[in-house]
Design a protein around this ligand. Structure first.
Ligand SMILES: [Zn+2]
Length: 198
């Protein structure tokens, strides 16, 4: 390769991003070097700042620069409700709804094949928080995947001796969807999760 060692190193570093292969990495590296060095310096600075300063909230494990994040320190929220999600983006999605309780972010899901066990995703912390707290309902909003379902079950099993209502997000028909166009698994979930009309 005729590119300089530092250019090659930059390309190799871009490849750590998900979905970025040799071609895209080369394009990005050359774009920054040839056309946008100021932007690249800002990118480097932002990366450095975020990597050094963003940690996890000690209560909910969400990404935060503070020890206690802005959600956990907000006393106006509904202290009856705790919602468990797999990651920060899921929390963001729930925040777009009218939910106004607290959260726990697993930052993953159980995956024995990858060596990810309960303590790796903070389930021990979650159980402790619930046992020490006064939550009335735990909403398990892990994804409707095999791993997400297994994680939901594991959490529910860990709380059998605790008096708390444990609910799972309903899965079902998309709004505006037509029955004949929706996949079988989704229709089955929707059927099992049916509710009285009146
Ligand atoms: Zn928090």
């Amino acid at each position: 390769m005729s590119l300089s060692p530092l250019t090659q190193n930059l390309i190799a570093t871009f490849k750590i991003l998900p979905g970025i292969g040799q071609k895209s990495a080369t394009r990005m590296a050359l774009h920054l070097l040839e056309r946008n060095r100021d932007g690249a310096k800002k990118l480097a600075y932002a990366l450095n700042e975020a990597m050094n300063l963003v940690g996890n909230c000690q209560i909910c494990r969400n990404l935060s620069e503070q020890n206690i994040c802005h959600i956990c320190s907000d006393t106006r929220r509904n202290s009856d409700l705790l919602c468990v999600v797999e990651g920060p983006l899921d929390l963001f999605a729930i925040e777009q709804t009218d939910y106004h309780g607290y959260y726990f972010v697993l930052n993953g899901h159980l995956s024995p094949l990858d060596g990810i066990e309960a303590s790796d995703i903070g389930i021990d912390l979650l159980v402790k928080r619930i046992k020490n707290g006064n939550f009335k309902e735990l909403i398990i909003a892990t994804n409707p995947t095999v791993e997400g379902e297994a994680t939901a079950h594991y959490i529910a099993q860990s709380l059998t001796d605790v008096e708390i209502l444990i609910t799972r997000l309903a899965h079902g028909m998309p709004l505006g969807g037509e029955l004949e166009l929706v996949d079988g698994g989704t229709v089955m979930h929707a059927l099992h999760g049916r509710k009285p009309l009146l």
